[in-house]
Design a protein around this ligand. Sequence first.
Ligand SMILES: Nc1ncnc2c1ncn2[C@@H]1O[C@H](COP(=O)(O)OP(=O)(O)OP(=O)(O)O)[C@@H](O)[C@H]1O
Ligand SMILES: [Mg+2]
Length: 312
Amino acid sequence: MSTQTNEIFELIQAAVKKFISASAAVVEIESAPLHLGFQAVDLSRHQVVLEDEGTRRSVSLITKMASRTERLILHRLFSQSANVPFSHTNDMDSEHRALLCIQNVDEHTDYQNLNIDLLQKKEAAALAYIHQSNLGCKEQLLWLPAATRDHAEQMLNTRWRPSWEKAIQTESFIEAFGAYIPEVEAAAACITADLEVVLNDESSHTLIHNDLNPGNVLVHNNDDVYFIDWEEARYGSLYLDVPLRLDIVQARDYLDELSSHGVVLPSAKFESQYKIAARYLGLRFMAWNLGAWAHDLRAKEGLIKYLKMATS
Ligand SMILES: Nc1ncnc2c1ncn2[C@@H]1O[C@H](COP(=O)(O)OP(=O)(O)OP(=O)(O)O)[C@@H](O)[C@H]1O
Ligand SMILES: [Mg+2]
């Protein structure tokens, strides 16, 4: 066995004992790389055969070379009983990436056969739970970068701006979405100034996921929603998460869940900050869709959603 294979085997064995069964032994692992990540981080799926008190069964686990932020945040949220996968690492603290073994969240999910309304409500509650559990926990999360105006500007300049400049030179984009161009440009011109009021409202600061694209929200066991990929997590405004996943009507479930935990957001303020954040998020998240919409229907649907958010 190579050193890396050995390290993966040991890590999986430890994760199995900690989270699946203390009496289980790993008998065999079949590994396959997952080349899905946008950032091409080293990611693999492992089919693991276990022997436990005389019977054999198989489970699926993921390994990822995860950043320190992701390792620490997954650990923190799992200890808070939030909707995140269990995870295990031998190196929680070093600054560089380290191997993390993660529960395969949607191993048993049939995406063709889901109760979307129910899942939407569960997602709203799960997101509210994460936000309320960490609201105002700045002191405990001092090591986590903050979601500042500089960060927002950097996101727009590095992600949105280059893809947008390219798209608006493209005939097929102009033909399909030309009507949005002046409105999007107008929104972009003032968004970071408008966003200040959202970013500076410390009463809404918490641990935020900060990258809630559809690939980072998975269905577990057909009946619950888990959040993965905490790489971009920051300390900042909860409004930077909510509009990506919940429209303003669905957000009522989110607000109800917050208030059941004693956190009441006045509805006028919620609506106004939600709308500003939605414009920013629409811009920030359309980058991938701008490049992919012409040959991918899901990307096109996503692009329409983000264009509407950006100009709402
Ligand atoms: N714990 C998990 N359970 C099930 N699937 C997973 C898990 N972790 C990762 N995946 C799959 O791999 C994909 C990429 O993983 P992840 O988002 O963690 O990596 P990434 O490199 O940060 O990707 P990206 O930059 O695309 O967001 C996910 O969208 C999902 O399909
Ligand atoms: Mg991801």
